[in-house]
Design a protein around this ligand. Structure first.
Ligand SMILES: *Cc1c(COP(=O)(O)O)cnc(C)c1O
Length: 401
């Protein structure tokens, strides 16, 4: 169930996690965002929502996802490693947990139309999927450059009946698509819901998305109780772009200090290379997408284009919950380079017969940077599968793979 007791790491009434969060939005967006702020909790916690959401997670998404004991990987690292198999979800990643939840919320708010923005296209596909499922109109904004780079996802969205609108301004990537989506929402204040894909954006999105992804740690607790006789691991490790799979995997362990939380950012070519997406390592406080958080910016406050070989981790900011977990020392933040992630992906493929998403491979790469005691239990969030990344793997490994 949704957490019953107030967590020390829960969002406050004003939408803040410590000094991060809030809702820094243009006045024209107040009605849309206030409607959500007023209603999201009562809807998400209602028995009617919970019943429909959980039935869809079971029958449509394929939950609970297995908690798989990775025997050969465990032998390699001398510790018990379990993989939380979000890669086995319908559409291949954890993102669908959130989009199924938000479309049910949109229906309960009487919305007829869904908009979203997408960078790599994964969130766009997860959104187009639930819109088809519910027969709702779907418009996805995507930078024209990203549409060229991520053609298969554009085709998937179109196959599912969504309209993909190119963002033609600026660098024609994610932030321009976000601006277009916000403009659309301002122009459609009553009939449209904006589905944000990670624990980012103005309050209540970070909290709402974290609660919808918290199904991941809810299941881990039950599954570990069955397999290990205790409902918590010693470590939970997850990659962080905006931070939604990590937030979901951490959620029910936030107030258990015996569980060490490890978040892994994409270092790209190295945190000092100028080509990185490691926001905790490189970011400073600022406002991004309606939220006060850490972000990568120039001395005069221009957002820096992030870089990672993994399109899904290529985000210049980080969710405010994670910025707070870093501030308080509750979570440890590591960074894995492109090369480290690619090696970890090959290792998992060869040891376990599982080809991970490159995003998830960043979490696996952290295992080499950690030290363990015998008998400890590590859960790694395997956020997605690698089918979408095959072309990148082949290009990178050439003859070797
Ligand atoms: C989008 C994506 C991520 C990054 O998003 P978070 O919100 O940080 O979880 C990680 N893994 C996969 C497979 C993704 O598709």
């Amino acid at each position: 169930m949704i957490a019953q007791t107030k967590s020390a790491y829960a969002v406050d009434e004003r939408g803040f996690y410590g000094r991060f969060g809030g809702a820094y939005i243009p006045e024209l967006l107040y009605p849309n965002v206030e409607e959500l702020q007023k209603n999201y909790l009562s809807i998400i916690e209602s028995p009617d929502f919970q019943q429909e959401w959980r039935a869809l997670l079971r029958d449509y998404v394929g939950r609970p996802t297995p908690l798989y004991f990775a025997r050969r990987l465990s032998e390699r690292y001398g510790v018990k490693i379990y993989l939380k198999r979000e890669d086995l979800n319908h559409t291949g990643a954890h993102k669908i947990n959130n989009t199924v939840g938000q479309i049910l919320l949109a229906q309960r708010l009487g919305k007829k139309r869904i908009i979203a923005e997408t960078g790599a296209g994964q969130h766009g596909v997860a959104t187009a999927t639930v819109c088809a499922l519910m027969g709702m109109q779907c418009v996805v904004y995507m930078g024209a450059v990203d549409m060229e780079r991520q053609k298969p996802n554009v085709e998937r969205m179109r196959m599912l009946g969504a309209e993909v609108r190119p963002a033609l301004s600026g660098s024609r990537t994610l932030k321009d698509a976000t601006n277009e989506a916000i403009r659309d929402w301002i122009n459609h204040p009553t009939d449209t819901h904006y589905i944000i894909g990670s624990v980012v954006g103005p309050h209540p999105y970070p909290d709402m998305v974290a609660r919808l992804q918290a199904i991941i740690s809810e299941e881990i607790r039950k599954q570990l109780q069955e397999k290990e006789g205790r409902a918590y691991p010693d470590y939970v490790v997850a990659c962080v772009g905006g931070g939604s799979n990590a937030a979901g995997a951490f959620y029910h362990f936030l107030d258990l200090p015996q569980v060490q939380l490890v978040a892994v950012e994409a270092a790209g070519k190295g945190i000092d290379s100028g080509e990185t997406a490691a926001t905790i390592a490189r970011g400073r406080i600022g406002i991004l997408h309606g939220c006060k958080t850490l972000l990568m910016q120039t001395a005069d406050g221009q957002v820096v284009e992030p870089y990672s070989i993994s399109a899904g981790l290529d985000y210049p900011g980080i969710g405010p919950l994670h910025a707070h977990l870093h501030d308080t020392g509750r979570a440890r933040f590591l960074a894995a380079t492109d090369d480290e992630a690619m090696e970890a992906a090959l290792e998992l493929s060869r040891l376990e017969g599982i080809i991970p998403a490159i995003e998830s491979a960043h979490a696996l790469a952290a295992l080499k940077k950690m030290t363990f005691e015998a008998g400890e239990v590590v859960v790694v969030s395997l956020s997605g599968r690698g089918d979408k990344d095959l072309a990148t793997y082949i290009r990178y490994f050439g003859e070797r793979a």
